[in-house]
Design a protein around this ligand. Structure first.
Ligand SMILES: NC(=O)C1=CN([C@@H]2O[C@H](COP(=O)(O)OP(=O)(O)OC[C@H]3O[C@@H](n4cnc5c(N)ncnc54)[C@H](OP(=O)(O)O)[C@@H]3O)[C@@H](O)[C@H]2O)C=CC1
Ligand SMILES: O=C(O)C1=N[C@H](C(=O)O)C[C@H](O)C1
Length: 268
């Protein structure tokens, strides 16, 4: 078995800690580096302290230095951070698994460019369940293509900084593509005041931020006399981390290219 050496960006974050647990428990992976920002209070501490188990890997902030000895960087941080790490990975020939959400279209184009040189899996949701849900939405949208109003509702914990979630936006894209609509033309992000009647072709988004909700997503197709709701609810971040590990294994023999979890799971 070839052991993949993994670096984790934002290792003290919610996903960073979950990834530390997942990587240190994986039989085919070794934690090569745990990274944080230069002003992090966790610098130079043993990364294991973040998950209650010594692991002998210190938390460091020099990405270029740390990545020299790693095969992959798993990055669940913020767009600004991920894009800075992308340049370092491209330079060092290190593959990336990117779970960060909230990128602009221009920023996403930078990932595409870097993928000419390195292999990248980039997905707004790494859980198997959500990726199967995307397929279900495609089927539903193709059949419920007239007379059904489409609304996407997502709920997340109080600390989430971007809205709608990356997953909700991807749900919208999947549905819009199936209906041959352009999401940027038909999306309605929240409603307030006298909005007028709903336009039939629109896809609405509603966002809830509350407590410790890990991640709930529902796509509603509401017609006259019936409605279909397709929902996914995550109750543990480990589901995302396990998906990220599957992405690492998928990238092992890929020299370059931009992939998502549909590729990893063979759902394309
Ligand atoms: N694709 C998927 O399956 C999933 C995606 N996500 C996405 O992952 C991202 C992280 O989520 P979560 O773990 O909850 O967030 P947290 O805020 O808990 O953690 C983010 C981590 O990234 C670090 N960070 C933030 N900005 C930068 C930067 N500019 N440069 C370097 N490091 C930075 C933070 O450091 P500091 O504390 O110093 O700011 C922190 O360690 C979000 O975009 C979220 O939407 C989340 C779950 C699943
Ligand atoms: O920030 C989170 O927590 C999550 N973010 C992702 C998103 O924006 O879709 C995925 C998951 O729902 C958790």
């Amino acid at each position: 078995m070839i052991t993949q050496k993994i670096a984790i960006a934002g290792s003290s974050g919610r996903m960073g800690r979950t990834l530390l647990e997942a990587v240190t428990q994986a039989p085919d992976m070794q934690l090569g580096a745990a990274l944080e920002r230069i002003d992090s209070p966790y610098l130079n501490k043993d990364a294991g302290e973040l998950i209650g188990a010594h692991c002998g890997v210190p938390i460091v902030s020099d990405y270029a230095q740390a990545l020299r000895s790693c095969h992959h960087l798993i990055d669940f941080t913020r767009p600004q951070g991920t894009l800075a790490h992308l340049s370092v990975c491209r330079e060092a020939g290190v593959k990336m698994v990117i779970g960060t959400t909230g990128f602009s279209p221009e920023e996403k184009a930078l990932l595409q460019q870097a993928a000419q040189d390195i292999a990248i899996v980039f997905a707004p949701n790494m859980s198997v369940g959500v990726n199967v849900t995307f397929k279900l939405l495609e089927i539903a949208a193709k059949v419920l293509n007239e007379g059904y109003d489409i609304e996407i509702i997502e709920a997340h914990h109080r600390h989430k900084v971007d809205a709608p979630s990356g997953t909700a936006l991807r749900m919208g894209e999947v549905i819009a593509d199936a209906l041959k609509r352009d999401l940027s033309e038909v999306a309605v992000y929240g409603r307030e005041g006298v909005t007028g009647e709903r336009k039939p072709e629109t896809i609405g988004f509603a966002t809830i931020r509350a407590g410790d909700i890990v991640g709930d997503h529902t796509a509603m197709f509401a017609g006259i006399g019936e409605r279909v709701e397709i929902s996914h609810k995550a109750s543990s971040r480990m589901t995302f981390a396990m998906g990220a590990l599957r992405a690492v294994r998928f990238l092992a023999d890929k020299p370059n290219g931009l992939f998502d979890m549909q590729d990893v799971l063979g759902l394309r």
